[in-house]
Design a protein around this ligand. Sequence first.
Ligand code: ADP
Ligand code: MG
Length: 444
Amino acid sequence: MSQLFDQLRSSVKEKISHLNYATWFSSVLDVKVEGDACVIVVPNRFVADWINDYYIALMRREIASLTKQDLKIAYEIVGPSGEPQGGPQAPAEVCAQSPQRARTLDSLNPRYAFDRFVVGSSNQFAHAACQAVADHPGGHYNPLFLWGGVGLGKTHLLQAIGLSLVSKNPQMRVHYVSSERFMNELINALRAQRMEEFRRRYRERADVLLMDDVQFIGGKETTQDEFFHTFNALHDSGRQIVVTSDKPAKEIKGFEERLRSRLEWGLSADIGPPDLETRIAILKKKGDVSNLSCPDDVAMFLASSIKANVRDLEGSLIRINAFASLTGTPLSASMAREILGSSLDGPEVRYTIDSVQRAVADFYKINVSDMKSPRRFRSLSHPRQVAMYLCKKLVRSSFPEIGTKFGGKDHTTVIHACRKIERLLTEDPVLQSDVATMERGILN
Ligand code: ADP
Ligand code: MG
């Protein structure tokens, strides 16, 4: 083993995440200078490709600073089927990364593993879908389309799929990219006339493509076109694609029809805002993994005050912990109220599935229990469908959650009901006015 290799390892280790290091660099066998080249010895071409695609700039910089020479980089592959030594190790340390960093992340981050995700009724279906994809990439759920509001865990789940795949199979080329970065890389490739390389990277050298925040490329035609062809190349050869968006595909402005329809080929799963119990569980979990203190009364106070965005919930816990440790004040609910004050969600109108069901049943003069029953008379099925539609619209629960609260109906039944009522509303003014009356009834 060369001295250069030793030095390079320690300097690279400091500059990239633990997981990436464990996945890509722990399997490098040697690094040596031969003539005007620096040769990186790797066990297989996957590692060589990956380092070349993602770490070439870093390698060049580090090697230049260690050798004080301007060397070409070359790869030597020893043993075509050689197993990389030491697979990815479970990261032991808690990544105390700043939220800023987390937002701009462009590779996999161990803080977004499945075991750090709290499952509740609002995200149960999406979580199960992601887990299924992580177990059988390229299987039935291809593509998987994940959508939901800001800060509800889409990136977390998307990354969890990647982390799980890489930990089970370190050779798998999992490509995580935000659609914004995809666009920027495309622009750079176009400018530098390196489209072939760009295409190879996305179409040939990826076994799995995880694309975050696809809504960003709405209205950006060239990027959509490139994504369309990337999608086809991967999908045609059975490779898994997972895409997230902050809205359903059909609501993304300037989104091409052919892309929308492809994203609907596989499975679509939505994430809704978590309920109180889930919010408390998330706070407790964040407290545990990040070594933040989170007493019960504080958890209850934060979870009752911040409902719409898990990122804000997390941020508030960090803020009050910082305040407590800087001032030496013990954490309490009243201290949290004082610190967070105006940043807390104000009082809001609360719709619940129960209140919607009651109002709709009152309007149609039927019993709530009949509405939840499996019976299919039109006198029951129509109110049931209206109620499901209103639950989606007002409570914004996920489809599976609504299904459960309507006597255990399948989420596809709920989707069908919502689509049907949406369609009827466009053509039936009587129904429009009935629905408006029911909406007012819910608030009383
Ligand atoms: P999105 O991509 O939907 O905007 P993120 O995945 O970035 O949201 O989530 C925002 C923050 O909230 C992240 O730190 C994430 O870990 C956390 N988070 C969201 N949902 C959950 C959950 N169910 N369990 C644990 N953490 C969660
Ligand atoms: Mg995100």
